[in-house]
Ligand binder design. Structure first.
Ligand SMILES: CC(C)(COP(=O)(O)OP(=O)(O)OC[C@H]1O[C@@H](n2cnc3c(N)ncnc32)[C@H](O)[C@@H]1OP(=O)(O)O)[C@@H](O)C(=O)NCCC(=O)NCCS
Length: 193
């Protein structure tokens, strides 16, 4: 670890109803229950994935527990009542002069059976706290298709603001789609608590 690197994140994270820990290859079957669902994948940048593709992707993601060192995303399993019911993503951008990260992007997906009870908000909130608290970022974003209203509501529940919409900027599932950018600055995050 160089002076420019922060220590690895303090994992697992625990919230009232969740344990957030790195994905492991053994999670592939649990994850396949929702990554394989076309409705779940509607606005995801990948999928729906079959069992083999899920296994390969979970194995790749499981290898990354320190995203600052590996330049890969941190993928955390949302363990609820002993089962992986969703996963969360944290992507760190490089800081100035190759220093510690200063901007981060978060992402999320949950199994349809655990929707509407605030689990995603609880888990995503812990990841936002990790970005600002542990990684000391000054800005956290989420990008999504504006038609993904559940995800947009989640951003708002996390205190994020809609900063703009770029029109027809990415090709997804046979059509050009818009991208909404939601952002939260460090001082806004500090005011939330
Ligand atoms: C985006 C996604 C994770 C949101 O899941 P969700 O279940 O809507 O989110 P939450 O678990 O935070 O639940 C929110 C609802 O629970 C309600 N709720 C109940 N108890 C709650 C609590 N203790 N805390 C917060 N919310 C609570 C809220 O009122 C909220 O309802 P509302 O959205 O009508 O206001 C989910 O829809 C998903 O996985 N979608 C598919 C994957 C995807 O598109 N990912 C994003 C790609 S950009």
């Amino acid at each position: 670890m160089t002076a420019r690197h922060l220590p690895p994140p303090p994992l697992p994270l625990t919230t009232e109803r969740l344990m957030l820990r790195p994905l492991t290859p053994a999670d592939a079957d649990d994850v396949q229950r929702y990554w394989g669902d076309p409705e779940v994948a509607r606005y995801l940048p990948f999928g729906p994935l079959d069992a083999e593709a899920t296994r390969a992707k979970v194995e790749r993601l499981a290898a990354n527990t320190d995203p600052q060192r590996t330049d890969e995303v941190l993928s955390l399993a949302m363990v609820h009542a002993g089962r992986v019911e969703g996963d969360l993503m944290l992507r760190l951008g490089r800081g100035p002069d190759d220093g510690p990260p200063s901007v981060a992007e978060v992402g999320w997906v949950t199994h349809p059976e655990v929707r509407g009870i605030g689990l995603a908000a609880e888990g995503a909130g812990a990841v936002v706290d990790l970005a600002f608290g542990h990684y000391r970022c000054h800005r956290v974003t989420a990008v999504l298709d504006p038609r993904n209203t559940a995800s947009a509501r989640l951003c708002e529940r996390l205190g994020m603001r809609l900063e703009g919409v770029t029109r027809r900027d990415h090709w997804a599932r046979g059509e050009w789609s818009d991208t909404a950018v939601y952002g939260l600055l460090r001082e806004e995050w500090a005011d939330l608590s």
